[in-house]
Design a protein around this ligand. Structure first.
Ligand code: FEO
Length: 418
């Protein structure tokens, strides 16, 4: 089944309703691999699909044209969700030349035997005429692989943006304006947080380049197509790439016998009480002065074994502060907390201010190792770790409550003064 974007420009990709794990990305809403067919004097296919779905892609192309008619396959990105079906495609489309940049060619040669493929290396100076329309190319290295590239059709002002501006989202419709915008933006945020975050500087450079070209449509390689709300998604990307803080703090914890959980809950209670007290005073001020009350603090209290890595990363993206707690197991933090912290470290979020906490029995390990992690990733540490032996005493719980208030105050300050 294909869907028309413009006359003779069709989506011919695959909607993967069943994928739930995309190399550890939790795809509860499925995914799509978008491929676009442009028919003009020349016929071009932009990007392909995961290997198991090559037949669906070929069937969609066949609906529109004879397979012999395809002149070009443009490979914007060598990752296998877009290139995996190239061996089948290069075989089934006998007249197709693969267009990609030199880095992409090198990467593809690491995955496939490309010796028999007709390949033309393209660079940003090249413009490929398809007849009444054309394609030019912009390299966007490290957004999010070294060979990443986007294709642009000036006549229709369509940016084929590959992974950029995409979302992991299986839907029966193809355009953002046919779905719930808030949900699309949330999925785009999750995609950004989990896939793109480490490359924020490169994203900002790319957005600078994007500003110089007129765009009426952004056709990404995952999820819904932006023919509306283009300024919304670009401004969200600007916000995410610049690491803007929201009035938001995250409490991540793992717990063995609920001691660390009690501490986490007290930290949360302190933070929420602080936020409520601010809002109350802002409201009473509001009555007298007609000024808006301050925004409420978003406190995310996340048990890390009940929350996916994908969600944790998404919540971390725009948080200003974080408290991280773990019970002690074999003189270490809990093992899944290690996995979470390894993942967060790799994503290179803008630094979050915070502190460590947790419980122990007969020896140290949990909070101390989290403290070391804070130092390693250079997150500002606001206080020494809060530690509870077996069960947190009233005194320790009070420390947690006060630390929660302090973290909330810091969060507001960071969000307001950035
Ligand atoms: Fe959708 Fe980086 O592949």
């Amino acid at each position: 089944m294909s869907i028309e974007l413009k006359k003779n420009i069709d989506w011919v990709g695959f909607v993967d309703w069943n994928v739930r794990d995309f190399h550890s990305y939790d795809t509860q809403r499925g995914a799509t691999y978008n491929s676009y067919l442009i028919r003009d004097e020349k016929t071009a296919l932009i990007d392909t699909v995961k290997a198991p779905f090559a037949d669906y892609l070929l069937r969609n192309i066949r609906e529109k044209t004879d397979l012999n008619n395809v002149d070009y396959i443009i490979c914007n990105h060598a990752e296998l969700d877009h290139s995996g079906s190239l061996p089948m495609l290069m075989n089934a489309l006998p007249n197709a030349t693969l267009l990609c940049n030199a880095k992409c060619c090198e990467t593809l040669s690491g995955y496939f035997d490309i010796n028999s493929w007709k390949i033309k290396i393209v660079s940003p100076e090249d413009r490929i005429s398809l007849g009444s329309r054309s394609l030019s190319f912009v390299n966007i290295p490290m957004v999010h692989w070294p060979e990443s590239m986007v294709s642009y059709m000036p006549e229709e002002e369509i940016l084929f943006s590959n992974d950029a501006f995409g979302q992991h989202l299986a839907t029966s419709v193809r355009f953002v304006d046919q779905w719930n915008l808030a949900h699309v933006l949330q999925e785009a945020k999750s995609y950004y947080a989990n896939i793109v975050t480490p490359y924020g500087k490169q994203v900002l450079k790319t957005l600078e380049a994007v500003k110089t070209i007129p765009i009426k449509m952004i056709a990404p390689s995952h999820g819904l197509i932006w023919r509306t709300n283009i300024s919304d998604i670009i401004s969200e990307y600007l916000r995410w790439a610049s690491g803007q803080y929201e009035s938001k703090m995250v409490i991540l914890y793992d717990t063995m016998w609920e001691s660390t959980q009690k501490m986490a809950e007290e930290i949360s209670r302190g933070a929420v009480d602080y936020s409520n007290s601010l809002e109350k005073s802002a409201n009473s001020y509001d009555v007298q002065s007609s000024k808006s009350p301050s925004s409420a603090l978003d406190v995310q209290l996340l048990h890390i074994r009940k929350t996916t890595l994908t969600r944790i990363a998404t919540e971390m993206l725009d948080a200003a502060a974080v408290a991280i707690g773990s019970s002690t197991l074999n003189a270490q933090m809990m093992p899944q907390m290690s996995a979470v912290l390894t993942y967060i470290k790799g994503l290179k979020f803008r630094e979050k201010s915070g502190f460590a906490f947790g419980s122990f029995g007969w020896g140290p390990g949990g909070p101390e190792n989290i403290q070391k992690w804070f130092e390693e990733v250079k997150y500002p540490v606001l206080r020494s770790p809060i530690k509870a032996k077996f069960r947190p005493t009233e005194e320790i719980l009070l420390q947690c409550y006060e630390a929660g208030k302090m973290l909330a105050q810091k969060t507001y300050l960071l969000a307001q003064n950035q």
